[in-house]
Design a protein around this ligand. Structure first.
Ligand SMILES: C[S@@+](CC[C@H](N)C(=O)[O-])C[C@H]1O[C@@H](n2cnc3c(N)ncnc32)[C@H](O)[C@@H]1O
Length: 167
């Protein structure tokens, strides 16, 4: 089964990590991560996401590169890349967002296997957790002929893809 993870490089706001974590859980991510700053947790998280999908912290970008999942494609999420509406998500993907203040630095972008950008009608820059949530939603529910993208079977509460219980 294809998997994906998502994380933020040099994030500033714990609230953004919490929001991204919750979306990641809702959309089926295998885990989330931060690079460069530890996340202390949010006692108000109604979904108790830390019980469901793991969050890891990497000390720096090299630490992340040394430990990223084998066979995964590193997808940077930043302005200047392939528009999301035309982007085909790799089966095994690790998505990387930039922090609120500086975005993804060029040296990090150069190490990404691909770069995806969100289109906008007015201003280009989204909140980092919103940007990550939109990309994950597109991966799971976007209609781009991806064999692992099966919205009908993933809608919460729809267990039609499960075997019938034994009678
Ligand atoms: C608020 S933005 C950073 C803005 C920063 N002040 C700058 O100008 O680089 C934080 C992160 O959200 C993501 N992001 C926001 N808008 C985006 C867009 N239109 N396309 C792709 N990523 C976006 C990127 O990962 C970005 O690094």
């Amino acid at each position: 089964m294809p998997f994906f993870e998502i994380g933020i490089y040099n994030v500033k706001s714990a609230g953004n990590v919490g929001t991204l974590w919750r979306s990641a859980y809702q959309l089926g991510a295998a885990g989330i991560f931060t690079i460069g700053k530890r996340y202390q947790g949010q006692p108000t998280d109604p979904f108790k996401t830390l019980r469901h999908i793991p969050l890891r912290n990497y000390e720096n970008f090299d630490d992340f590169l040394n430990h990223r999942p084998m066979g995964s494609v590193l997808v940077g999420i930043e302005q200047g890349g392939t528009p999301l509406s035309r982007f085909h998500h790799p089966p095994q993907a690790v998505y990387l967002l930039g922090g609120e203040n500086c975005g993804l630095p060029n040296e990090v972008i150069q190490k990404c296997n691909s770069l995806v950008s969100l289109e906008a009608m007015i201003r280009q820059s989204y909140n980092v957790a919103v940007a990550g949530s939109i990309v994950m939603y597109d991966r799971v529910f976007g209609d781009k002929d991806q064999s692992y993208n099966n919205p009908a079977s993933r809608i919460a509460g729809n267990n039609s893809d499960l075997e019938s219980p034994a009678k």
